[in-house]
Design a protein around this ligand. Structure first.
Ligand SMILES: CC(C)(COP(=O)(O)OP(=O)(O)OC[C@H]1O[C@@H](n2cnc3c(N)ncnc32)[C@H](O)[C@@H]1OP(=O)(O)O)[C@@H](O)C(=O)NCCC(=O)NCCS
Length: 153
């Protein structure tokens, strides 16, 4: 199994790595300006990177913490490194970190067609709580709302 470290985004080079993965992963990537804004609110906005021996930013996860809940805004792994359980390990580390921060619930939206991500989240204990019709653009698509509760996991 690959050695990995998951830690909070720590440098401009880390942000460049996150933006590379964004561009390679999403039709509508989140912008540098959005991340710059997030980094100014470190008590609410948390960005974690997953590092491997060969890749300082192999994946990332961005979430907000509000009271006892986190909302996962984004999670992605470099395309060439997918399918090696790195996404699962990143998600587990994020849930552990959220628990450490005092959160007991997690929520997120995911495209209805994104079977890889839905499976990843379901394996981690998330379940479907609702649908937001036409939530996404480029292309327009429903979002599934997934929730995780550490009490029931
Ligand atoms: C979703 C994503 C993070 C998964 O990362 P990954 O490292 O490839 O996932 P893992 O190897 O940890 O796989 C975990 C589980 O997800 C499921 N999965 C992963 N890739 C899959 C695929 N292409 N098709 C179907 N299921 C898949 C499998 O059930 C897998 O478990 P298994 O290996 O026991 O079968 C990755 O595909 C990605 O970055 N996608 C683009 C960004 C994205 O869509 N993010 C989600 C936004 S909400």
């Amino acid at each position: 199994m690959i050695d990995v470290v998951v830690e909070r985004l720590a440098s401009p080079a880390d942000l460049d790595g996150v933006l590379d993965i964004e561009a390679a992963s999403f039709n509508n990537p989140t912008t540098r300006e959005w991340y710059d804004g997030e980094l100014k609110r470190p008590e609410v906005c948390f960005i974690y990177v997953l590092r491997t021996p060969g890749q300082p930013v192999a994946g990332f996860c961005a979430f907000w913490r509000v009271a006892e809940q986190i909302h996962i805004n984004n999670l992605a792994i470099r395309p060439e490194l997918r399918g090696q359980r790195l996404g699962s390990r990143l998600l587990q580390a994020v849930i552990a970190e959220a628990t450490r921060l005092g959160a007991s619930h997690a929520t997120l939206e995911v495209r209805r067609s994104n079977l890889a991500a839905i499976r990843l989240y379901e394996q981690a204990g998330f379940s479907q709580a609702g649908v937001r019709p036409n939530y996404y653009t480029k292309p327009i698509e429903d979002a599934l709302v997934l929730v995780f509760s550490s009490c029931s996991a």
